[in-house]
Design a protein around this ligand. Sequence first.
Ligand SMILES: [Fe+2]
Ligand SMILES: [Fe+2]
Length: 282
Amino acid sequence: MTRLFHISDIHFGLEDPRALAWLVDCVAREKPDAIALTGDLTMRARHREFAAACRWISALPVPVTVEVGNHDLPYFNPIERFFDPYRRFRAIEHVVERPLDLPGIAVIPLKTTARAQWRFNWSKGHVGKGALADCLAQIDALPPGTRALVACHHPLVEAGTKGNALTRNGSRALAELARRGVAAVLSGHVHDAFDLIHPTPEGPVRMIGAGTLSLRTRSTPPSFNDLRIDGADIHVTVRNLEAVPTPAMQIEDVPENALPPRQPGEPVAPVGAVPEVDPPVH
Ligand SMILES: [Fe+2]
Ligand SMILES: [Fe+2]
């Protein structure tokens, strides 16, 4: 059996020290085979936030793989955001990421962030042609029998959306992944956990979302997913700080507007920045 801790949205800058210490404790005690971190390492991609995230991730005693989230692209510097948006993330990815050695399992990245989009809310996801092609090529190159877990930041689809989807081109990407029989798509961003089977024209595909370990909780306490992978079976337990049972931690639909509410003291958008849209109060 392979044990993978799926964590997300640690948001250094608004991190929850109690949640992070608890995760470190769980890792030290239970020694999972690896950790998959599905993006939003920082709050506003500040250098000091990346440095703190880098220190925390580097100290974890098991291999970690990291994805980029929408909060990891420069926020206060539109020029850097446009011309070199992944520089800060890549620098820490280079330091913290270690190859995973999971028998018969591969974690394959799929980038869902965009430096700019022709729509108001840039916090939403976008699967570019190149990003999808990279991901599919990696899946196609796996040795026969290897189970692929695709790791991305934004959930690829949500329920009930018409037109302005949370992740542009997400449905198409999800169908391609279903066609290749991926074991699951792991994501973050919505700050609540879920474990859903989603139908696509190419067949059903499993979508697993992890909650947050930051102060930016949405409707459930800080949490992470504990995945036990045994052959074709993936068992997900949502572990949380308040001992809420897993079914009560999992949302049933990925909402269209998945942004968590602003926290007191959270920075507001600088002049010239593209603001996020605040969600309805839940
Ligand atoms: Fe987030
Ligand atoms: Fe996000």
